[in-house]
Design a protein around this ligand. Sequence first.
Ligand code: NA7
Length: 535
Amino acid sequence: DARPVPPSVDAVVVGAGLSGMYLLHRFREMKLSAIVFEVGSDVGGTWYWNRYPGARVDVESLAYSYSFSEELEQEYEWQERYPDQQEILRYAQHVADRFDLRSDIFLDTRVQAATYDEHGKTWLVRTERGDTVTARFLVMATGCLSASKLPEIPGLDRFGGAAYHTARWPHEGVDFTGMRVGIIGTGSSGVQAIPAIAGQAADLTVFQRTPAYSLPAHNRRLRPDEIADMKANYRAFRKAQRESRFGVPAETPTKSALEVTDEERDAVFEQAWEEGNLGGLLNTYADVLVVREANDTVKRFVHGKIRQIVKDPQTAADLCPEYPFGTKRPCMDTNYYETYNRENVHLVNLRRTPIMEITEKGVRTSDKEYTFDAIVYATGFDAMTGALTNIDIRGRGGVSLKEAWSAGPRTYLGISSVGFPNMFTIIGPGSPSVLSNMIVSIEQHVDWVADAIEYLGRQGLTAIEPTQEAQDAWVDHVNLVASLTLFPTGDSWYLGANVPGKPRVFMPYVGGVGEYRKKCDEVAVRGYEGFTLSA
Ligand code: NA7
């Protein structure tokens, strides 16, 4: 993008994914001057980068879509219940064109640093290609799962074949026909990619450290009647989304899994399994995420399904997770477990035979060397904080965000952080973010930030920053709510457990999207309680 960057704007937004695009739209409505910097060569964020075969959203399209424009909502035609990466990227591109967003988005431009000038109360933002711009407001719309991560395995550069990370997939695609392929990682990306690659490759070896709980997506084309139905009832549906626990309307369960008969429970689980919803099994009983024995009932149910589907008993046993259901993010799949019945697919349990190194030929575990033409790393992300701390952000007193968060992220409401005035994080740590339908949380944050900026303007104020007390209290509250659940017992990326040396802090807010929104609204109504506002 060769256009000159303006020297000064009201707001700089970092990232042109679903957050950054809506921010730009809102800021323009408010007559603020704003620009967006984006590393990728197009808009779409997650859906721009994650082009691996089988990549798909696991929230239904009619719910995983913007609600801010009724025209968009009514006119857009989703094809599938769970659209693939290409369909969602097309949607993002459509939004960019429809709202004429591209003229203020600088593509292929990585933000390197942002420094707060206390005197001028402005942010100085510098890009890797040397642009500088000052802005009153800095909004980090960098996403929760954007700093991709290769595994800490010796010899990564030694491999002589082709190597790919799922989140940095070549745009032209990869043809695995006739190849011997190894894939490391069985989170959502691995679970989606494995069946797709298995259908093409001569041979696929899956290296699994921790098995996933995966539910069948039952993906299909949307029927005209259900689309029409949704379009007729969208306002009520959106309201229900915003008030729900995970950003997807669902009945709040009241019963305990331990107060019903085995038959009744199994029937309820069976129905949830057949519905093909990410939150389905979690929404069956009130104590699934709270009481170990209740969780065990779900665990046993899924283990039973795995044993039913996977023919080889050892493979089935290796695929059965031991950690509590839902404490790592469940996956949604199309033929995941079935794929292990294929002759060309082999599972390696890394708990028994860990990977020692990557060699010139392939992967060497503690007992043998595997030879591959290609290795796929489905090894995930430095989640929630990586994309923020990778940028040299310096607030008051030159303190970097990385230092401020060295013992784990500290925010007020997941939106802002002490020492970083006029900087906002969209779906940041301390907000429901990854524990919700992302778009619902994105819109809520963007609207809240836009309203806060508007409020400052109306009051003739220029700066907003949380107080230490409010931030400490919020961090305590986020920890407390998490500690009342089973969530901290899974070694998940929610906790930073997948990044060696990362402080073990449960990052998302588990109190639910609806409760969280109420709290944010209250803060605003009380004149931004917990924030210091200054002129
Ligand atoms: P995830 O969910 O972080 O999954 C990464 C997988 O890679 C997971 O199975 C990891 O095992 C595995 N992994 C990571 N490092 C290694 C090493 N060194 N050796 C072996 N295996 C390893 O990332 P995804 O991209 O699948 O999904 C991210 C989110 O995107 C997903 O939750 C949805 O929200 C969408 P581990 O569990 O750490 O033992």
